[in-house]
Design a protein around this ligand. Structure first.
Ligand code: ZN
Length: 407
């Protein structure tokens, strides 16, 4: 187990970090942790803007050929989303223009894909395309992307999970309604998909101990990417009937009750392997979902469970990978989200610690082969595109949102 993550040797609290750094000279990791946030956030910004240019060079500018992988997850749309994030911070129109060009290429590349989600499908291309067109003031393009989005057809046999299923389509609808305007996608359209999700969840649960259950490729996953955490998270953004709310709450309570003694969450129903501490599988993705539950329902039990999950991430989440999906960047968002909801600066300290670990050590550890740079090393969800996105979020930490998951 120990080889999946670095032992977390950083001080547990901000006060301990202050005390330790006072005894040390030189710009070490511990020293970084005691920097005033303003100084640190300038460092994150500088690093992010440098790496952002490298990401664009590697995934777009020098490619000079049609887009192979158009997805947000490992492909060109991830670079576009990163550029949009950079534009929101710097107001640099060049970023917005290149972003728009990339989305156009993704549009062409995705024509025959048939995937319908935000992270791995056409819904992501059209939704991001529409929002970027709005910012660019291009009404015609905005209209075109919205029309394409509204023409998406959901196949009958679609799964329900986030990366390829109904959940991922609904998330894209919420993204549009947030960024373009309420009812951009009608509640009737969304309601039809919600009904399908609830219906198939109840059927699969078969009146078992958990009110809702789902399968993806024959496995009953629990995590954010393919399982319960991701589906419940999306449902909590929807208008639900009272009995549906109870089923969502019941499902989350079932997960909390059946988590591992360590506090981590199984990657699938019945699994006894307490190994993965990722957004995709394990405590980090579940923590973000529980925080949404705490926000929406106001129940203390969900907040407490999220704090418990955050403790697992602090101890075992310093992964030997960099990305958003199963790397340190994604795990950092657990602390950012805890901070946003509670206002407790100890969570901001922990976010800062994970982000500083990346800032101070990731490059060196990757070049020495001690850390995995990602199968798609510049991508948003697996590679340094994810670090860059996180660093941009660290500039205004109370506004940070896990890309493609938190709205
Ligand atoms: Zn993953």
């Amino acid at each position: 187990m120990a080889d999946r993550f670095f032992p977390n040797e950083m001080p547990d609290t901000a006060v301990e970090a202050e005390e330790t750094s006072a005894q040390i000279s030189g710009e070490t990791l511990i020293k970084l942790l005691s920097f005033p946030y303003e100084t640190l956030s300038q460092q994150f910004k500088r690093a992010a803007l440098d790496v952002k240019d490298a990401v664009v060079r590697e995934t777009w500018a020098i490619a000079g050929k049609p887009v192979q992988d158009y997805t947000l997850y490992t492909g060109a749309l991830g670079t576009a989303f990163l550029l949009f994030k950079a534009y929101q911070i710097t107001n640099n129109r060049d970023d917005l223009n290149v972003c728009s060009e990339i989305v156009k290429a993704c549009d062409s590349a995705s024509v025959t894909s048939g995937r319908v989600t935000f992270i791995c499908g056409q819904a992501g291309v059209y939704a991001i395309g529409a929002v970027v067109a709005k910012h660019a003031g291009d009404e015609r393009l905005l209209g075109r992307y919205l029309t394409q989005f509204k023409e998406i057809k959901l196949p009958k046999d679609l799964p329900n999970e986030l990366l390829y299923g109904r959940g991922g389509f609904l998330w894209a609808c919420s993204f549009l309604n947030k960024h373009i305007g309420k009812d951009t996608i009608s509640s009737a359209r969304m309601r039809a998909a919600v009904k399908e999700i609830i219906k198939s969840g109840r059927e699969m649960a078969k009146k078992g101990r958990c009110p809702l259950m789902y399968e993806w490729h024959g496995k009953k996953y629990w995590g954010a990417a393919h399982g319960l955490a991701g589906i419940m998270h999306v449902l909590m953004h929807m208008e639900l009937k009272a009995d549906e709310v109870e089923d969502v709450k019941g499902t989350l309570r079932y997960m909390i009750k059946n988590r591992f003694p360590s506090g981590n969450y199984p990657s699938s129903e019945g699994s006894e392997s307490d190994r993965l501490v990722h957004w995709c599988h394990g405590a980090p993705g579940v923590a973000l979902t529980l925080l949404k539950a705490a926000e929406v329902f106001g129940d203390k039990e969900f907040l407490q469970a999220a704090v418990d999950a955050g403790e697992v991430v602090w101890n075992r989440g310093l992964l030997k990978r960099v990305g958003i999906c199963h790397g340190i960047s994604g795990n950092t968002y657990v602390f950012l989200s805890l901070y946003r909801l509670t206002g407790n600066v100890e969570f901001l300290y922990r976010a800062k610690a994970f982000a500083c670990f990346l800032l101070n050590r990731a490059h060196r550890l990757i070049s020495k082969g001690k850390m995995h740079g990602g199968d798609r090393p510049y991508s948003l969800f697996e590679g340094i595109g994810g670090i860059t996105y996180l660093f941009l979020d660290m500039i205004e930490p109370s506004e940070a949102r896990f890309p493609g998951y938190e709205l």
